[in-house]
Design a protein around this ligand. Structure first.
Ligand code: PBG
Length: 324
């Protein structure tokens, strides 16, 4: 032959070669496990819209965290279902609120686990919005919400949270939380901002899981328009300027372009949230025998990593890590 034969398939000939040239290798070390905590003891309540996921009482959350750590998962993110909701979501900043108690328990029983506290109000407010509402069916009151967010972040840090993750898309949330943490002597805590969070229909199963569906209206005045990409860069830049250490893109699968752009433009670690709807679709199709659930989940998570995510919040975490 006069010229070298061009063959890309040479590198795919067998598993050893494929592994040798693989660009991205997913592992349980990339996962963050989301956990829903509810009051009680020895309670494990199935979430019907998310097969395989549960609301657990604190004692069982500790058990879950222990197992997850043993399977190689380095971090959990906590969502609380309070025993009582009110219009200010006061259990979110109560020293003895459900999440604060859970953080203390995990940090005392599984100290190596990185504990992330989701910092938002929709699970705690009677109206289901992510903060304080103006008037009786009004808009989210930005400044009033910042005040309670500062209190919630301080309470979570005081309980021992390693990472505070504001998820409400409230203007100035990162700056306010950074100031509150500094003021209370928690300058060492990490802020993981849900910086580019879209007003997505993929959150529906989560709203059952966390019992935080808005009782009126929607979240479109604070979460981003699905059609926008450049705006996500603006949101991320703002949050980094305000003091975010890590930024998140959410959801993940329909937003791989956003993950890739954020990774390219910014120098901070990028988290991606493989959200409830993305999980439940895989589960539903898997249960019907239409797809191979495990293979599809791994393919999706690999694509999120390939797009640029440094870690992935995913409900698949424990089941996959267990059989790694
Ligand atoms: C609350 C919050 C939501 C999710 C995480 N934090 C719901 C929402 O914004 O409506 C969604 C996570 C998921 O769907 O898995 N601010």
């Amino acid at each position: 032959m006069a010229f070298p034969s061009i063959r890309a398939r040479r590198l795919r000939k067998n598993p050893a070669l494929r592994k040798w040239v693989r660009e991205n290798e997913l592992s349980p070390a990339d996962f963050v496990l989301p956990l829903f905590v509810r009051p009680g003891k020895n309670v494990r309540r199935a979430i019907s819209s998310m097969p395989g996921q549960y609301q657990f009482s604190i004692d069982l959350i500790v058990k879950e965290s222990k197992e997850a750590y043993r399977f190689g998962i380095p971090a959990v993110i906590l969502f609380g279902i309070p025993s009582r909701k009110d219009d200010r979501g006061s259990e979110a900043y109560d020293r003895d609120g459900i999440v604060q108690r859970t953080i203390r328990e995990i940090k005392s029983k599984v100290p190596e686990m990185i504990v992330i506290a989701d910092c938002c109000f929709c699970e705690y407010t009677s109206h289901g919005h992510c903060g304080i509402i103006k008037g009786n069916k009004g808009d989210l009151d930005n400044d009033a919400t910042l005040e309670v967010l500062a209190k919630a972040a301080a309470a979570q840090a005081e309980a021992g949270a390693d990472v505070i993750a504001p998820s409400g898309m409230v203007d100035g949330m990162v700056k306010t939380i950074r100031a509150a943490l500094d003021q209370h002597g928690f300058s060492d805590r990490i802020i993981l901002s849900y910086a580019a969070k879209y007003a997505s229909s993929f959150y529906a199963p989560f709203r059952e899981a966390a019992q935080g569906a808005p009782q009126f209206g929607d979240r479109k005045t604070y979460q981003m328009d699905v059609a926008n990409a450049r705006e996500a860069m603006k949101e991320v830049a703002l949050d980094i300027k305000e003091g975010a250490d890590v930024v998140m893109v959410k959801p993940a699968l329909s937003y791989l372009d956003i993950i890739a752009k954020v990774k390219e433009r910014f120098e901070v670690p990028v988290a991606a949230y493989n959200v409830s709807g993305e999980y439940s679709m895989v589960k539903a199709a898997g249960r019907n025998g239409w797809i191979d659930e495990k293979k599809v989940a791994l393919e999706i998570l690999t694509s999120i990593k390939r797009a640029g995510a440094d870690f992935i919040l995913t409900y698949h975490a424990k089941e996959l890590a267990k059989q790694w």
